[in-house]
Design a protein around this ligand. Structure first.
Ligand code: FAD
Length: 213
């Protein structure tokens, strides 16, 4: 049993090295990590689980995300995203490819005099609120981890908090979302042309969602 376990682990490690090599033309090598110290540093989140990633990639834009997903698929590795890593249930760790949000996702745009705000997924909740303070506004979700956790994790988890309850949690206060599916399809829910392209490209998803609702 121990032998089988060791073999599987080293297969993933090798796949991680191959993925690192394949991605070198697209992502600078200082953002592709397979060394034991670095991967161990990313083997935990705020849960009590531990998994050592085969490859850690710091991603900065959508093209890099697509490249990572394609390469991981080729190597049979799973892809897990990580924002701040405050998940209490092991959501931000993996023994596959760990995609960590880099500084490329740290954009904030205040819209409509503070009525709305466009946030990159690497923005910390308290940073978003600091930028809205001059408008006497804040975002809805107020998780107790708000000085650390980031918008990517907040949106994925529909984060809530002690004061916002359900009515002001993430889902109930989100106006627009830009996302990439695992097959590379892009959807910007606030853009009519993008919505139309998505409707043509992925009717299966829309039908599935409709039947669920
Ligand atoms: C002390 C403490 C207090 C907490 N209090 C609360 C609370 O009051 N309310 C609450 O709801 N939660 C709470 N949490 C849980 C946690 O902080 C939240 O769920 C938070 O929103 C996670 O954000 P993060 O940036 O740390 O995400 P991570 O832990 O890094 O990731 C969380 C999930 O989001 C996914 N993800 C992250 N970024 C992206 C992306 N760009 N694209 C796709 N998927 C992505 C990850 O794969 C993972 O599945 C608490 C945690 C701690 C440690």
């Amino acid at each position: 049993m121990d032998y089988v376990k060791t073999t599987i682990m080293s297969q993933k490690k090798h796949a991680g090295l191959r993925a690192q090599n394949a991605l070198k033309n697209i992502i600078p090598s200082d953002r592709l990590k397979t060394d034991p110290l670095y991967t161990y540093a990313y083997s935990g989140d705020a849960s009590y689980f531990r998994l050592i990633p085969a490859l850690v990639v710091i991603v900065d834009n959508e093209d890099e995300v697509r490249a990572v997903m394609n390469t991981a698929k080729d190597e049979g590795l799973s892809v897990t995203f990580r924002a701040a890593g405050t998940s209490l249930s092991g959501q931000a760790i993996t023994d596959g490819v760990l995609c960590v949000l880099g500084d490329g996702w740290r954009n904030i745009s205040i819209l409509d005099d503070g009525e709305r705000v466009a946030l990159g997924p690497a923005i910390i909740v308290s940073e978003a609120n600091a930028s809205l303070k001059p408008y006497d506004r804040k975002i809805g979700p107020d998780p107790a981890s708000q000085n650390t956790c980031k918008i990517g994790g907040v949106v994925s988890n529909n984060s809530s908090g002690m004061c916002c309850g359900v009515s002001q949690n993430t889902y109930h206060t989100m106006d627009r979302l830009r996302l990439i599916l695992t097959d590379g399809t892009l959807l910007d829910s606030g853009d009519m042309a993008s919505r139309e392209a998505f409707r043509i490209a992925r009717p299966d998803i829309l039908d599935g969602l409709k039947s669920l609702s």
